[in-house]
Design a protein around this ligand. Structure first.
Ligand code: NAD
Ligand code: ZN
Length: 359
């Protein structure tokens, strides 16, 4: 069966596009109880951008500190419950921030109309009803969360997305200006998420011309941003990286991530590492899977003066390493793609643990 996937309904792209939000959401305000919810990365509280959010008196504006914890199920349930109790069903929800905030907006949009805890819906196609209108505004480029069919949540038992057609945004506003303030290290780690998406997408059995077309363009843009003359954070490169992120996500949608994301999930769940950073830690050791791309990645580290810590595993207990390995091992769709459907004959829990011990 070929994937029959849902794309974003509408996209506006360009510097200053953020200013079109008021006009875009105006017709949606007549839906449900006639108010909007805005979830915004706490970084923007008190900043100039906060004054440009088109919230009205009836709306709810919430700043969320995502540095405390990545999006989690209880947070989404509480947000939904308190808004429904106070004001009823919103017309729509807007997420302004990185992958974390966009996932909060996507997940809450679905949970407004699906009863019970979000833990019940972590997985593929478990959501029963379409959510409310949701609009995403990335303020950092790389994750592809702006176009993906998933909203990744950490729950008491697992870190797994609410994945279905209805998760995809109705509208995305891509305004590269918003990414100008991202600190260099974070810019690099999240940008590498995009590069790694493309490399993983192309290195496996699900690769196809659709994924290649988007992936090749995204990698070319990443090279302009991170390697070629004129590399680094600039207005021009912010414009490029925002499109690379979208295209990397689209490449992935029609292929699959691979070994790096499997290792990265283990690091995220057991050691609490952030997604882009955990990818970098893992990718640095994956020449066996990704060959020259790992050398290119190391060159990018050098160009941008990013030093990754070595020998992290010296401080990990054997129990922790085995827990991470089991989490990675359970991501069967990633190994299917990276190694082949007979991967269990070629690749063991102990092989995975061996890689963690090298990190
Ligand atoms: P993030 O949202 O976690 O933010 C990282 C840091 O950057 C935070 O400190 C934030 O405050 C800061 N920041 C964001 N925009 C800024 C700006 N313009 N100026 C200054 N600081 C800014 O970063 P991310 O890497 O985009 O997202 C990672 C999250 O995305 C993880 O939770 C991961 O699970 C999720 N993710 C989701 C998908 C998906 O398909 N849904 C894909 C990949 C990752
Ligand atoms: Zn990723």
């Amino acid at each position: 069966m070929h994937k029959n996937f849902k794309n974003i309904d509408k996209i506006v792209y360009g510097n200053g596009a953020f200013n079109q939000m008021d006009e875009i959401i105006e017709p949606i305000r007549k839906e449900n109880n006639n108010f909007f919810v805005f979830v915004v990365d706490k970084y923007f509280e008190g900043k100039e951008l906060a004054d440009r959010i088109p919230n009205r008196d009836e709306d709810t504006l919430i700043f969320i500190d995502i540095d405390v914890k990545e999006p989690y199920t209880e947070q989404i349930d509480d947000l939904r419950d308190s808004i429904l109790k106070q004001k009823g069903l919103p017309s729509g929800i807007v997420g302004i921030g990185g992958g974390s905030i966009m996932d909060i907006a996507k997940a809450t949009a679905l949970m407004f109309t699906n009863e019970g805890s979000s833990t019940l819906y972590q997985g593929l196609d478990l959501i029963k009803k379409p959510g409310i209108y949701h609009l995403g505004v990335p303020t950092i480029s790389g994750t592809g969360a702006e176009c993906s069919m998933t909203a990744v949540l950490s729950g008491p038992e697992k870190k797994l997305g609410l994945k279905c057609e209805w998760t995809v945004f109705n509208q995305v506003i891509l305004d590269p200006n918003l990414t100008a303030t991202v600190p260099t290290d974070q810019w690099f780690y999240t940008g590498m998420d995009c590069y790694i998406h493309c490399i993983e997408s192309q290195s496996g059995i699900y690769y196809n011309p659709y994924s290649k077309a988007y992936g090749d363009q995204a990698v070319a843009l990443c090279r302009e941003v991170f390697v070629d003359e004129g590399h680094g954070q600039s207005k021009e490169n912010d414009e490029k990286l925002m499109i690379a992120s979208l295209f990397g996500g689209l490449s992935l949608t029609y292929s699959e991530v691979g070994a790096c994301h499997a290792f990265s999930y283990g690091l995220a769940v057991v050691k609490g590492m952030r997604h882009g950073y955990a990818n970098c830690i893992a990718f640095n050791h994956l020449e066996h899977f990704y060959g020259d791309a790992v050398n290119e990645f190391r060159n990018m580290l050098k160009i941008h003066n990013i030093t990754l810590p070595q020998n992290l595993s010296a401080n990990w207990s054997d129990e922790e390493i085995m827990e991470m390995s089991q989490i990675a091992y359970n991501l069967t769709h990633m190994w299917n793609h990276a190694i082949g459907e007979d991967w269990k004959e070629k690749w063991t829990l102990e092989d995975i643990a061996g890689y963690y011990r090298k990190m």
